[in-house]
Ligand binder design. Structure first.
Ligand code: NAX
Ligand code: ADP
Ligand code: K
Length: 497
């Protein structure tokens, strides 16, 4: 995976380390704080003509940034007051310096401090959030959220956990969040993403090189992380890879067909639906470019894989839960082709996850991708503590597979600990069958020869992009495969299409 550092996500403790490293290289904490406060003050000033602002300052360096914002807005002629409860003496040194430099009005931190202000700057809590918000601070946050006034959050909306995106008790609902150096997982994971509003990242003078020392393993999913394989002028369909999708039975064929259409659209050279004769008769009435092959039972599947020179297989969409799907999944895994296990294939191993993980471990040379939504994840992996990123990472390590923990904040994790958060998606995807499309897209890119993590991240991003392209209500999963072409075109230079 390309190492594009702009996509790096830093947990609050990694950010503190970045801060330390920058200070070790000659920056001062005070200069970083000044740059942070300036960036926020500039964002407020760009937004509107001067109007009354309240800056809510907490007891740490986030509050220190707030005092810088207050000073700078006041110097620019804006009416500003600060709301702060606590002892200036108890502030960390840089925050204290800035609190002492503030010569304007300071009110106690309470909902009354909002009176008469048109804009709120939230500098209550940032990376130092360490417990649930309660008491006076909770009351102020509640009053801000009810006030309807525009809120600029410094670093992260107060009350949102920067590592997990969780709301700790209560959190500011910001219109804009200005963070420093790099985004934090809590800006992308839900519900934190929803609390952050429009997010901007500003450079405050921390050198990018510190990322190498920190050893970042979490990134945001963007096209900078992967590239689609170029088409070869002399290429033929076999060179673009063959995908097999295992069909459900007579009355459950639609899901596999969605996967197959998606695999073909994303560029696999050949796609074959395999299943029982009666299921194939239904498919035959629906598909044209997709091929059909009768194969019932694990031996027949293995033969179909060999005969079709299959590169990647999908099993799970409406496959039915139980012995048949379990055995078919094991046959696919034993064959050594790249495999995407979705939906019923995952649930079929709910009581025997170790059988699945052992089958994956037997052929470590090829990628296996598991694509559970939250329910399927819990059935297969049980309860795992921590953030969505932590959970996906533990599951990937335990299973030896790339795990796609789906939802509005899909996390992709690899067994080696690399993980990616996807925020490029639309809630329109919460519709029956959209996961089946994703499974087919991943398989299509695996068949085209992309590595496991790159294929998976690319498919997740393009899947989200396809839904965003629909651009209006009423998306059904049948629409998605046909939107993939435009999604791919938008990131492919014309010369390579
Ligand atoms: N790391 C960096 O590179 C930089 C950090 N800066 C700012 O510094 C912030 C981090 O500063 P700090 O580490 O001092 O942390 P914070 O300012 O986020 O807060 C720490 C303080 O809040 C208290 N606290 C924690 N949870 C609480 C809760 N639920 N209710 C009430 N009080 C609570 C803690 O006891 C501590 O006193 C960043 O978010 C950013 O805004 C900037 O000044 C620029 C540079
Ligand atoms: N609110 C949401 N915002 C963005 N994407 C979503 C949202 N809800 C679901 N999705 C995506 O839609 C797909 C749904 O997959 P899944 O739950 O397996 O559905 P199905 O089994 O019906 O195909 C996943 O890719 C998931 O990440
Ligand atoms: K904040």
């Amino acid at each position: 995976m390309a190492d594009f550092e702009g996509t790096a996500l830093l947990t609050p403790s990694e950010m503190a380390r970045a801060d330390e490293l920058a200070i070790g290289q000659g920056r001062t904490g005070l200069a970083l704080m000044e740059a942070a406060g300036k960036a926020v003050a500039d964002a407020v000033r760009l937004n509107a003509a001067p109007q009354p602002v309240v800056v809510l300052c907490g007891q740490g360096n986030n509050g220190g940034d707030g005092f810088v914002v207050a000073r700078r807005l006041a110097a620019a002629g804006w009416p500003v007051h600060v709301a702060f409860s606590g002892h200036i003496d108890a502030l960390p040194p840089d925050a204290r310096t800035n609190a002492e430099a503030w010569t304007g009005e300071t009110l106690p931190l309470s909902p009354d401090a909002l009176a008469g202000c048109a804009i709120v700057v939230d500098a209550l809590l940032g990376a130092g959030l360490s417990r649930d918000v309660s008491g006076d601070m909770a009351r102020v946050i509640d009053a801000v959220n009810r006030s309807g006034r525009p809120v600029f959050a410094i670093d992260i909306p107060s009350g949102v956990d920067g590592a997990t995106g969780a709301v700790r008790g209560i959190a500011i609902k910001a219109d804009r969040t200005i963070t420093f150096f790099r985004k934090k997982p809590g800006h992308l994971l839900l519900p934190g993403r929803g609390q952050s509003g429009r997010l901007s990242v500003v450079d405050i003078g921390i050198p990018g090189a510190v990322l190498e020392t920190i050893g970042v393993t979490l990134r945001q999913n963007t096209p900078e992380l992967w590239s689609l394989p170029p088409l070869d002028a002399g290429g033929h369909k076999y060179g673009r890879g063959a995908v097999m999708v295992v069909s459900g039975g007579l009355l459950n064929t639609g899901a596999a067909r969605l996967s197959a259409r998606a695999a073909l659209r994303i560029g696999a050279g050949l796609v074959t639906l395999v299943g029982s004769r009666d299921a194939l008769q239904v498919h035959a009435a629906q598909v044209t470019a997709i091929m059909l092959r009768e194969a019932a039972g694990p031996e027949a599947l293995a033969e179909a894989i060999a005969a079709g020179k299959i590169d990647a297989a999908v099993i799970g969409p409406a496959a039915s839960v139980g012995e048949t799907t379990r055995e078919a999944s094991l046959a696919i895994l034993a064959s050594g082709v790249a495999a995407v296990l979705d939906a019923d294939a995952l649930t079929s191993f709910a009581h025997t996850p170790d059988t699945l993980f052992a089958a994956i471990a037997r052929r470590p040379d090829r990628p296996v991708v598991l694509t559970p939504h939250g329910g399927e994840f819990a059935r297969l992996f049980g309860r795992i503590e921590g953030s969505k990123v932590d959970q996906a990472r533990v599951a990937a390590e335990r299973s030896g597979a790339i795990v796609v923990l789906k939802g509005g904040d899909t996390v992709v994790a690899a067994p080696d600990g690399r993980a990616v958060i996807n925020a490029h998606a639309s809630p329109l995807l919460a519709t029956a069958g959209s996961g089946d499309v994703l499974a087919g897209m991943i398989a299509g890119l695996l068949a085209r020869g992309m590595t496991g993590l790159e294929a998976t991240c690319a498919a997740v991003w393009l899947h989200g992009d396809a839904a965003l392209r629909h651009g209006r209500p009423g998306l059904v999963s049948d629409d998605l495969p046909d939107l993939i072409a435009d999604a791919m075109a938008a990131i492919t230079p014309a010369s390579l299409r």
